[in-house]
Design a protein around this ligand. Structure first.
Ligand SMILES: Nc1ncnc2c1ncn2[C@@H]1O[C@H](COP(=O)(O)OP(=O)(O)OP(=O)(O)O)[C@@H](O)[C@H]1O
Ligand SMILES: [Mg+2]
Length: 493
């Protein structure tokens, strides 16, 4: 038998009426009966009822009072009162108060009652529909605000990405060309090209200004990830806590000031490359977390309960000796081995002096364009002068000197004056003041240059530099040769 859609509860103290009602309407409805108001209330509390019919005259509780209580429990099901007596006033009051949907004079006629039920149940259907719609609306609302939240976090992600891309665009103007002809650096470029197409982690080591970042960018450009972001982070420039949230991101409320969730650079670099510059300064306490990204490709945002997975190629660079850092306990050995999969060493400029003329031309061209100058000639002496220099700051130092030279040049001839080289030795002194300790050779060199400047480049005799430095004249001469110290005008003593 089919289950009826609607349930009608009928309450009457006379058993015969209940039986008759049941017999009449059970075909169409699911009929529940109760022989007292109390029993009716108990059923009403237990089961879902769509319509309640009750007799007015019952011992213990009248129909009107019964409906008042039903109404308090659930006002939605329609309530129909059957009455044999003209107890009109109370009934009209109850109708007016909305406690009764309709009342009916006994004896009832099936068809009339049926029509009434149909109307009442139509309303019930609409009520049900209504609450379904309200629920749906609430859910849609929730979905909508969830979607809105997602849109918001996506927006911040995009904004972050955008910011980094903009920085990137500015950067890329700086590094358009790698200039080199020396066999040592050609070999470096070879290795760079070979590793680029793989996903291997690359560790670039070399002195300051030797082009480590330039190579890191080249690896990315030559890789299949070139359309995806290249994200750089300078590990020396940030305190540990900031590095952690910069790299791995954080959830809202992860720490004071974390007002909104923020993706880290690893997430931004997804499918691209991340460049960890100055990895030697990477905080020891975060090294295990970095190792996990290298090994598993996953990490947790600060304050996060779930793990984030990324596909990122890692390039790291450092000017310090990581092996020594491992021995001193500043750097985890397992992290070092993971990073050192494919090492590339950028040789210092002084060991590839044949690159200097090319670099000079390159930078003179670059900075004349930048400064709106037309420079057509570079003197031989300038070439000699620049080639003779020791370049402790490597290509960056050469680039700076040339930029200044271009700015100072008059007419179409590029020329570096003596003051530039004097500047160079001052720069060395400034570097020392900043706490950077140059190598013994660098310091020896600059010390000898300073002594020679004081003696007007005399090495021997009472007025010579050897006396000033309190060393043997022959020893000084051989040092000058070994360190390739040249007099700025190009004519040696
Ligand atoms: N082979 C090259 N050809 C042209 N320009 C170069 C070359 N190598 C380096 N440069 C330039 O020299 C400057 C320094 O290079 P880069 O920043 O890559 O060095 P770095 O090793 O990362 O230095 P640091 O250790 O100081 O961060 C940059 O302006 C770069 O464009
Ligand atoms: Mg760098």
């Amino acid at each position: 038998m089919e289950q009826s859609l609607y349930t009608i509860l009928y309450v009457d103290d006379e058993e015969i009426n209940l039986k008759f009602f049941s017999a009449t309407f059970s075909w169409e409805y699911n009929v529940l009966t109760a022989s007292s108001a109390q029993a009716g209330l108990a059923i009403f509390k237990e089961q879902e009822v769509d319509l309640v019919v009750a007799d007015q005259r019952m011992p213990g509780m009248s129909g009107v009072d019964f409906f008042e209580q039903i109404y308090q429990l659930n006002p939605e099901p329609a309530r129909i009162l059957l009455t044999g007596y003209g107890d009109l006033e109370t009934i009209v009051q109850a109708v007016n108060k909305g406690r009764i949907f309709h009342f009916f004079q006994k004896p009832w006629v099936e068809e009339e009652l049926q029509t009434l039920f149909t109307r009442a149940l139509q309303i019930r259907t609409l009520q049900r529909e209504n609450s379904r719609l309200i629920l749906h609306l609430q859910k849609t609302n929730e979905d909508l605000s969830r979607a809105l939240g997602e849109v918001e976090s996506l927006t911040t992600l995009l904004e972050e990405e955008n910011q980094l891309l903009r920085e990137e665009v500015n950067e890329s103007f700086k590094f358009d060309e790698i200039v080199s002809s020396s066999p040592v650096f050609q070999e470096v470029l070879h290795r760079t090209e070979r590793v680029a197409s793989t996903d291997a982690t690359v560790l670039i080591t070399g002195e300051t200004g030797t082009g480590k970042e330039l190579l890191a960018r080249a690896v990315h450009r030559l890789s299949h990830r070139r359309q995806k972001p290249f994200i750089k982070i300078n590990c020396a420039a940030l305190p540990a806590q900031l590095i952690e949230s910069e790299l791995f991101g954080h959830e809202k409320g992860a720490f004071t000031g974390a007002n909104a969730a923020r993706p880290g650079r690893f997430e931004l670099a997804h499918q691209g490359t991340i460049f960890l510059d100055e990895i030697g300064d990477f905080p020891l306490e975060l090294q295990a977390k970095l190792l996990r990204v290298l090994q598993e490709g996953e990490f947790d945002r600060l304050g996060a309960t779930r793990t984030t997975k990324v596909d990122v190629r890692i390039i790291a660079a450092t000017h310090i000796d990581l092996n020594a850092a491992v021995k001193q306990g500043h750097f985890r050995s397992d992290l070092f081995y993971r990073l050192n999969v494919f090492p590339i060493h950028t040789p210092p400029l002084r060991s590839r002096k044949e690159d200097i003329p090319l670099l000079i031309r390159h930078f003179v061209r670059k900075y004349s364009v930048k400064n709106g100058k037309v420079i057509r000639r570079i003197s031989k002496k300038t070439f000699q002068l620049l080639q003779a220099h020791h370049w402790p700051g490597n290509i960056r130092e050469l680039e700076n000197i040339i930029e200044r030279g271009v700015i100072m040049s008059k007419g179409d001839k590029f020329k570096v004056d003596n003051w530039l080289l004097e500047d160079l030795s001052n720069e060395l002194a400034i570097e020392d003041q900043n706490g950077k300790i140059g190598s013994l050779e660098e310091n020896e060199r600059s010390h000898i240059v300073r002594a020679l400047q004081k003696t007007n480049w005399r090495v021997t005799g009472d007025q010579g530099a050897a006396r000033l430095l309190q060393i043997n004249e022959r020893t000084l001469q051989s040092r000058i040769r070994k360190l390739q110290i040249h007099r700025p005008n190009g004519i040696d003593d």
